[in-house]
Design a protein around this ligand. Structure first.
Ligand SMILES: [Ca+2]
Ligand SMILES: [Ca+2]
Length: 107
């Protein structure tokens, strides 16, 4: 039952993210520039550098990966599994982190 709840939560998080990624209204120029981080200011998962880890971060990374949007991300923050690359694994980890209950630690 608990596992089903987590899957439902992840699905509920994924649907608006995909809509945001695919929306024709979500064009370049709608996001502010992303500041660089230092080790002191790094927040794992905070791809848009607003000091919070939210669905917007997963959307920003997804847009960047999809191409076609002029989206800047903070790659240090976005690489949440510390494998030196930003890819869909990082997006999934952020979504699982936000869904809670997956015991995900963002690195
Ligand atoms: Ca953020
Ligand atoms: Ca990564």
């Amino acid at each position: 039952m608990k596992r089903r709840k987590h899957r439902l939560t992840a699905l509920l998080l994924a649907v608006p993210m995909m809509l945001a990624v695919c929306s024709p209204l979500a064009l370049a120029g709608d996001l502010p520039p992303i500041p660089l981080t230092t080790k002191k200011t790094r927040v794992a998962g905070d791809a848009n550098a607003d000091k919070k880890v939210t669905l917007e971060d997963a959307v920003a990374i997804s847009r960047r990966l999809a191409g076609g949007w002029n989206v800047e991300i903070n790659t240090d923050n976005a690489d949440v599994n510390a494998d030196k690359k930003v890819d869909l694994k990082d997006v999934v980890l952020i979504l699982r982190y936000l869904a809670d209950g997956w015991e995900v630690t963002l690195q």
